[in-house]
Write a protein that binds this ligand. Structure first.
Ligand code: ADP
Ligand code: GN1
Ligand code: MG
Length: 364
């Protein structure tokens, strides 16, 4: 659809374009792997087109990403970290010096060096990976806590405001543009029955009992790269939603994406389950890096966070299904509905484990 050679040419890449193809399994941006020949050596880059239906203000967003990545690199270099440029994303400037380029249609593009000898996982394989992923996201919070200057721009307002997410679901039910509401009454009623849970964290934030931090806000397992050899959580990626948020959101989305053996879009929901040993591994890894700053209330909300973020994501999938699949990328007609159902199964599994999780966290 896009002329990847021409778009690559907009960036300060002193090499010959070889080939480019779609890459990864993100639900939002268009991601491409670009191979170039640099004086006889093949190297690759990640080229991304920002989804402008999701990110309405891509320029301030890119300013956020530039600030965060520059700050991360500075800290890593100051600490004398080996391979600092494998441990943070680095924006390749466009020919005009900006950290992004715009094509004739107004699309915003960016390029990162491809982080080699590491990969992301759509499904977790071992508890060790949970420890590493959680430690990496905790370190990311620590690293961005002393970001100089004004707070980051809110790239998607009220991104994790679950109260507003539920209100949006209710609006979609009322509008029902595709006449789908009737066939998903069971799912609708299931989410509406959990309305009270939606307000817990928003209320704590409003009262000031929970602090606003600089958080990643999209800590899904495939947004952290694990080293192929050591397994270390080497680099946190997908920084589009890094902005003010709660530690509860970041931990919750790890529980959502890293405790179940089943894929987010698994059709057989009997395979979806929260595994206690994976939860324990997440707590261990996260507290390893977050112990120094996390408050007692944040810590006590770690078990509930998994339930909340899974529910929130399910609400978003159902809202998108009712609205005609306008937000998340889908590969089949009922994709968002399947995703909404796996989230329900995972919430039920987490609900049954909450007392055990609470005990485990208190002892950690
Ligand atoms: P989306 O917002 O659509 O989820 P991501 O930024 O997460 O997009 O990128 C999609 C996938 O591309 C990631 O899950 C990861 O596998 C891969 N990816 C992104 N950036 C890099 C990078 N710098 N090096 C290697 N792989 C990357
Ligand atoms: C999207 O971009 P990606 O695929 O990492 C979404 C997250 C959802 C997730 C569900 C900006 O994440 O909020 O939790 O899908 N990102 C955005 O899989 O909406
Ligand atoms: Mg992603």
């Amino acid at each position: 659809m896009y002329d990847l050679r021409q778009i690559t040419d907009l960036f300060e890449i002193r090499a010959d374009f070889v080939q480019g193809y779609s890459y990864g399994s993100g639900h939002i941006n268009d991601t491409y792997c670009i191979w170039v020949d640099q004086a006889g050596q093949r190297i690759r880059y990640i080229l991304q087109r920002l989804a402008q239906n999701v990110f309405k203000q891509p320029i301030p967003l890119m300013k956020n990403v530039k600030r965060v990545t520059d700050h991360a690199l500075e800290q890593l270099l100051k600490e004398g970290c080996p391979e600092a440029r494998r441990r943070t994303l680095t924006l390749i400037p466009a020919r005009d010096g900006k950290p992004y380029a715009q094509d004739e249609e107004g699309n915003v593009w960016r390029v990162y060096p491809f982080i080699e000898r590491a990969r992301t996982y759509d499904a977790i394989e071992t508890p060790g990976q949970c420890v590493e992923a959680a430690r990496a996201f905790g370190n990311f919070q620590k690293l961005t806590a002393n970001l100089p200057g004004e707070p980051l721009f809110e790239t998607i307002p009220d991104f994790h405001n679950t109260t507003k997410r539920l209100a949006a679901l209710k609006e979609a039910i009322a509008a029902d543009p595709l006449g789908r509401a009737g066939e998903v009454r069971r799912e609708i009623d299931w989410y509406l029955a959990r309305e009270e849970d939606c307000h817990v964290v928003t209320n704590y934030l409003a009262s000031g009992e929970l602090p606003l931090r600089c958080t990643h806000n999209d800590t899904k397992l495939n947004n952290v790269m694990l080293d192929d050899v050591t397994g270390e959580g080497i680099c946190v990626i997908d920084l589009d939603t890094t902005m003010p948020g709660s530690a509860v959101y970041d931990f919750g989305d790890m529980v959502r994406t890293a405790t179940s053996p089943a894929a987010e879009d698994e059709k057989d929901v009997s395979l979806v389950t929260c595994r206690m040993f994976m939860f324990e591994a997440l707590v261990r890894g996260y507290l390893d890096s977050a112990r120094s700053f996390i408050t007692p209330l944040e810590k006590s909300l770690l078990p509930f966070s998994g339930k909340l973020l899974t529910m929130e994501c399910g609400i978003r999938f159902l809202t998108d299904y009712l609205s005609g699949d306008v937000y998340f990328k889908i590969k089949r007609p009922e994709h968002n509905l399947d995703r909404c159902r796996t989230q329900m199964a995972l919430v039920e599994s987490i609900e049954s484990l909450l007392p055990e999780m609470q005990k485990m966290v208190e002892q950690a």
